[in-house]
Design a protein around this ligand. Structure first.
Ligand code: 4NP
Length: 152
């Protein structure tokens, strides 16, 4: 089993969007038995909460399931458990290392590093632009799936 964890700050906007989009891509390729997908936030602010309504609206628009997703906080154990820990921005990377107390590790990366954008995923909690985030997250998720398949 290959385990993939998406991480953002609140676990209500970007990382649940990435989790849902990536799970959809995995399902389309019949890889659900092989690739496990989850998401978490570096903060505890939205533990137990459903994704932001802007994220839910985008997922619904693209007919992607958001079933069962509830906010949770990233833990030290996640570092051990997951094979790919995919952050949305540089601050998430910093916070992940703070929480897990590990030296730099190649399994922790920014989503858009895998594309030619090589930048942070804008946070729609502040920008209000869920479409821009959706487009970038989809591009990153496609690149991530290609990488995982190449490494399987
Ligand atoms: P996310 O966005 O990290 O993409 O889930 C945020 C969600 C909530 C807050 C900040 C960012 N907040 O301040 O509550």
């Amino acid at each position: 089993m290959v385990k993939v964890l998406f991480v953002c700050l609140g676990n209500i906007c970007r990382s649940p969007m990435a989790e849902a989009i990536f799970r959809d891509l995995v399902k389309r390729e019949n890889l659900e038995e092989i690739i496990h997908v989850d998401s978490a936030g570096t903060s505890s602010w939205h533990v137990g909460a459903r994704p932001h309504k802007g994220t839910l609206k985008k997922l619904e628009e693209y007919q992607i399931s958001s079933e069962g997703m509830l906010g949770r906080q990233f833990t030290k154990e996640d570092f051990e458990k997951f094979d790919y820990i995919i952050a949305m921005d540089e601050m998430n990377i910093h916070d992940i290392y703070d929480i897990c107390g590990q030296p730099r590790h190649p399994k922790i990366m920014r989503l858009l590093e895998l594309t030619d954008k090589k930048t942070d995923v804008p946070d729609p909690y502040y920008t209000g632009d869920f479409q821009e985030t959706y487009n970038l997250v989809l591009e990153g998720c496609q690149a991530l799936l290609d990488k995982i398949k190449a490494e399987m």
